[in-house]
Write a protein that binds this ligand. Sequence first.
Ligand SMILES: [Zn+2]
Ligand SMILES: [Zn+2]
Length: 320
Amino acid sequence: MLGVVGLQGCVHHRSFESLTQAATDSHGDVTSQFVLVHLCGVRGSIPSPGLEFAGVGGNTSCVAIAHDGENPSLVLDAGTGLRNLSRLLDGEAFHGTIVLGHLHWDHVIGLPFFSAGDRPDADVQVLLPEQGIDPVDVLSRLMAPPLFPITVADLRGNWQVDSYTEGVSTIEGFQVLARDIPHTAGRTMGLRVSDGHSAIAYLSDHSPHDLGPGADGLGVLHEAAVELVSGVDVLIHDAQYTSHELLTRRSWGHTAAQYCVTLAEHCGVKRVVLFHHDPWRTDEQVVAMRDALALTTAVQVDAAIEGTVIQLSPGTVAHQ
Ligand SMILES: [Zn+2]
Ligand SMILES: [Zn+2]
């Protein structure tokens, strides 16, 4: 199948431009496998209910990745968007791994509500950045009375919670590169995921500003970010603020949308997906931000919209 792929069972069914072209033979038939990247939650910081946010979507960060023809097995972050993965699985149990880029609420709060994982026939591995503390104890700060009725141990199914650190790992048939990137208040990993043919970089929360002003005044490109992003097909990146807003929010751990484009241009990435939208950014404002940026660059600029799917095909060889 070429072009748009629907997100079956999800709350929203929206179109999304195909971000890569599939490999085809002389008859136009697809000859190679895809990677499907489901955007289950695209909002930053806190969910955004309300009509003016409904087009982009109000659920917080969650991206579910699938090999062609399979259910998603690799999930990046577990914000409230994780609930959409249960709907996507349409009654089936989840079997796979959730990699948490960092542990702020908007990236973990979906875990206790993940019905496809909280059932006897589920297999769920959760990986969180090494904190120097037992990983179950870390998650217990989120899930335990009196803050929440149940603990991690109360979840049904086979749950395993472990830590990970920088480096390359093979997870659910994908190569995953993790590097520490600057954010705020806790360790944060940027991630790069590849099936060996195509690759995507995921830097949901990234604040480079403490490193200096940089060429465009938005911060020097961090070497770890450049390593993660160089050569990928698609960059999904923190775009929480406008450059003007950033002037008064430099210590809040995020960046301006312009920075995503600068990073993509520097790293030779052709498509960038603006992600982790500010919770007060209306649909109209997200579109305006995307359109304004698109006028300034040859990079294809898309705004992440909940319920859409990015289809990757073997256009490039991953550089990892
Ligand atoms: Zn966040
Ligand atoms: Zn964060």
